[in-house]
Each structure stands twice: as structure tokens, then as C-alpha cells.
Design a protein around this ligand. Structure first.
Ligand SMILES: Nc1nc2c(ncn2[C@@H]2O[C@H](COP(=O)(O)OP(=O)(O)OP(=O)(O)O)[C@@H](O)[C@H]2O)c(=O)[nH]1
Ligand SMILES: [Zn+2]
Length: 199
């Protein structure tokens, strides 16, 4: 990769490179990349792809560390129904759904918004749902060092819906548990809380 003076120069350069490749793809599928509606499409697609993969250029641990606060609270903290949009690494098609993340603090709590932020950091990469689940779990575990952490993701995969096996209603659930969530009672309490709407 060429040496860049600054981030802006890098962003312009990489956008141009990806844009040229989208231009070639549009041409290869038999379209006219110069017609009015498609003129700006390679650039738009390049910007969209770089947005959807910006997680490679972000540091999830640093995001958590930037908002950790000393606190004695040592019960379960759950953020549920976090929207997830990712790209499957096999077809580069979207998979999307919800993540539920819980932890039991061990002297430190973390700013609540930082949890959806790290979900996005790992989701905005080429992923499989299993690794996405573990990336979030391990980052929480290693950085926050809580008494326990749990992650559940429920997602639909476009590569199974609009092509391939073409199943419109199947949902894939993945989960990971560390520390106190490995105990069946704690895990069950978490699972019960994420499936209730408390109404
Ligand atoms: N485990 C796992 N598999 C995934 C995920 N996203 C997509 N896949 C699967 O990756 C597999 C790739 O299989 P291949 O046989 O190499 O690809 P393919 O010929 O396009 O497969 P089909 O989708 O069955 O047509 C498919 O079974 C997809 O359903 C994911 O997040 N986790
Ligand atoms: Zn796929």
C-alpha cells in the first residue's frame, strides 16, 4: 500500500480504488456504467462498502476503555435488542438481526452506549455469525474483566433468503457465555430476561 500523509488522503485513495473495481463489475455484468443512473454508482457503492467494513479501522477495546467507571454494582447488566447489520464473509451479502449482551461487573461498569458501539465495530467486517458472537464476547471479557459476560445473536442471512436455499423465515441463533454465565441459573435468568418484554 502506498504511504499516505494523512487519513483523508488514505480515504480518498481507497475510495477511488474500490470505485474502479465496482465500475469493472458493473461493466462485466453487461451494464452501461456511463448511463445517467449508473454514472455515480461505483463511487456510491465504494463509499457504502467502506462504511460497512469500517470496523477493520476501529479499535473495540479502546472504545470500551474510554468509558469504564469504578462502581460496586455487581448484578447483571443487559442491553438487549441491539440492531446488527453485518456482511457474511462467504457471499458478502447482509445478515441482520438483534444482539443481546449482558455482563456482571467486577469493580467497573462501562458506558452503556459503548456496548452497541463495539457490536457495530465487529459487525462492520466480513463475518460469520459465530465469530461475530465470540468477537463481542472476548472483547468484553478481556477489556472489562467482568465476573461474567453473555452474548446472544439472532439473525437472518440474505444469502439464504434471496439466493441459494431461499428460505425466508429461518433465523440463526448463536450464543457465548463466560464466567458466571456458565452457571445454569445465571444463564437462565439472562435468557428469561431477554425473551420477556416486561409488560
Ligand atoms: N456457519 C455459518 N455459515 C454461514 C454464515 N453465513 C453464510 N453461511 C453459509 O456459508 C456456506 C457456504 O457454503 P458453500 O457451499 O461454499 O457456498 P454456496 O455454494 O454458495 O452454498 P449455498 O448457500 O448452500 O448455495 C453456506 O452454507 C451459507 O449458508 C454464517 O454466519 N455462519
Ligand atoms: Zn453468505
Amino acid at each position: 500500500m502506498a504511504p499516505y500523509q494523512n487519513l483523508e488522503e488514505y480515504n480518498i485513495s481507497i475510495t477511488n480504488e474500490v470505485k474502479d473495481r465496482f465500475s469493472k463489475i458493473i461493466d462485466e455484468i453487461g451494464e452501461d456504467v456511463h448511463r445517467d443512473g449508473l454514472k455515480k454508482t461505483p463511487e456510491r457503492a465504494a463509499k457504502a462498502m467502506l462504511f460497512l467494513t469500517q470496523g477493520y479501522r476501529q479499535d473495540a477495546a479502546q472504545i470500551l476503555k474510554s468509558a469504564m467507571f469504578k462502581e460496586d454494582y455487581d448484578d447483571m447488566v443487559i442491553i438487549k435488542d441491539i440492531e446488527v447489520y453485518s456482511l457474511c464473509e462467504h457471499h458478502m451479502l447482509p445478515f441482520f438481526g438483534k444482539a443481546h449482551v449482558a455482563y456482571i461487573p467486577n469493580g467497573h461498569i462501562v458506558g452503556l452506549s459503548k456496548i452497541p458501539r463495539i457490536v457495530d465495530v465487529f459487525a462492520r467486517r466480513l463475518q460469520v455469525q459465530e465469530r461475530l458472537t465470540h468477537d463481542i464476547l472476548e472483547c468484553m471479557n478481556d477489556t472489562l474483566k467482568p465476573k461474567g459476560v453473555a452474548v446472544v445473536i439472532e439473525a437472518s442471512h440474505m444469502c439464504m433468503m434471496m439466493r441459494g436455499v431461499q428460505k425466508q423465515n429461518s433465523v440463526t441463533t448463536t450464543s457465548g457465555f463466560r464466567g458466571q454465565f456458565e452457571k445454569i441459573e445465571t444463564r437462565n435468568e439472562f435468557l428469561k430476561l431477554i425473551s420477556s418484554d416486561l409488560s
